[in-house]
Design a protein around this ligand. Structure first.
Ligand SMILES: *Cc1c(COP(=O)(O)O)cnc(C)c1O
Ligand code: SF4
Length: 335
């Protein structure tokens, strides 16, 4: 018997958790027993890219620690308002590769579908924090141009659900969209880029597994986790459910100052991921999005950390260190 006093994120539906996010920085600090005077004013930040964080994620933060690596990923700070040269609203210049609302086609053979404009969590370093989601959140009939575009280009073998977080959409919508894509003969693979199994693990419920298992498309899920403390038994259980229907699960992380910029933190992340059934895929250098400069790890340091990581771990636990360059035909490896 599950005691009735458990918070909803341990017992309820993920939709309820999504409706019950922590959105007030003062509440977040109260939950963590941190004195609000430590962070100064953050009202201005609330407007453009407000705090959003699931309670299940808050539960993994250390009480009383303003420098907690999970807290730092979500807490709006005054540093975001500093204007820094080289940091812009659309650092990847995706606007130029956006042939239809909701579709980004930059690399050969695969397209990104911005399936949802919402995320369950707002990560302060997010390169899409200024993305015009309102213009990129098509409903069913508005998907048609994107679907037609994919159908008309036989080189597209893989569709990537991205966002926002695609799993913030209802399963009914995802099942519908997936069925449309599965009808396109040259599409073989469906990839899902999502942080929800990490921040709201019981998103991977029966109804989610059902549409995933139903489609003949080959599937791969790429999680986004930056720190070993994010990976707990609930996350491992979500991964196990995905793997139970033969979906490989990978992870991409962002190298973030003050969060995971040490060999120990990066090695611990890889170990925790693998223990949970996830293989590291990419370690991204920060995209230079306005408001995120304080997370940057300078290139020489990133390289040095990476070399040390190679000496610490078996090769299959070392993610590829990459950066995204606006005009490049793929992620650019950093060696
Ligand atoms: C990262 C990215 C992809 C996927 O790249 P992979 O190297 O296949 O993981 C696809 N399209 C866009 C626009 C991307 O930014
Ligand atoms: S979950 Fe991904 S898309 Fe959403 S805010 Fe975080 S980094 Fe950005």
């Amino acid at each position: 018997m599950i005691p009735r006093t458990l918070p909803t994120w341990q017992t309820g539906r993920w939709q309820d958790d999504l409706a019950d996010l922590v959105r007030d920085p003062l509440e977040l600090l109260r939950l963590l027993h941190i004195d609000a005077a430590q962070i100064g004013r953050s009202e201005a930040l609330q407007q453009a890219f407000p705090l959003r964080v699931p309670r299940a994620f808050v539960a993994k933060m250390q009480r009383g620690n303003i420098d907690d690596p999970l807290l730092r990923q979500v807490l709006p700070l005054g540093e975001e308002l500093l204007v820094q040269p080289g940091y812009s609203a659309d650092p990847l210049q995706e606007a130029g590769s956006n042939p239809h609302p909701g579709l980004i086609h930059k690399y050969r053979g695969r397209v990104l579908l911005i399936a949802a404009r919402q995320c369950a969590i707002h990560c302060r370093y997010c390169f899409r924090r200024h993305f015009p989601y309102a213009q990129n959140n098509p409903g069913r009939d508005q998907w048609q141009p994107a679907l037609d575009y994919i159908a008309a280009d036989p080189s597209i073998g893989e569709v990537i659900y991205s966002g926002g977080d695609p799993l913030a959409l209802a399963d009914k919508q995802l099942a519908w969209l997936t069925a449309q894509i599965a009808q396109i003969p040259h599409v073989r693979r469906l990839r899902i880029h999502t942080r929800l199994p990490v921040v709201l693990p019981h998103r991977i419920d029966d109804s989610c597994l059902q549409w995933l298992a139903q489609t003949h498309l080959q599937k791969v899920v790429v999680l986004h986790s930056n720190h070993a403390n994010e990976i707990d038994a609930d996350v491992a259980a979500a991964v196990t459910r995905l793997r139970s229907i033969d979906i490989p699960v990978l992870n991409q992380a962002v190298l973030l100052r003050g969060i995971n910029d040490s060999v120990a933190a990066l090695a611990a992340l890889s170990e925790a991921l693998f223990a949970a059934g996830v293989l590291p895929y990419y370690l991204h250098l920060l995209d230079k999005v306005a408001g995120a400069a304080h997370f940057e790890v300078a290139l020489p340091r990133a390289r040095s950390l990476y070399r040390q990581l190679l000496e610490q771990l078996p090769g299959y636990l070392v993610p590829r260190l990459v950066r995204e360059q606006p005009q490049a035909a793929s992620k650019t490896p950093i060696l």
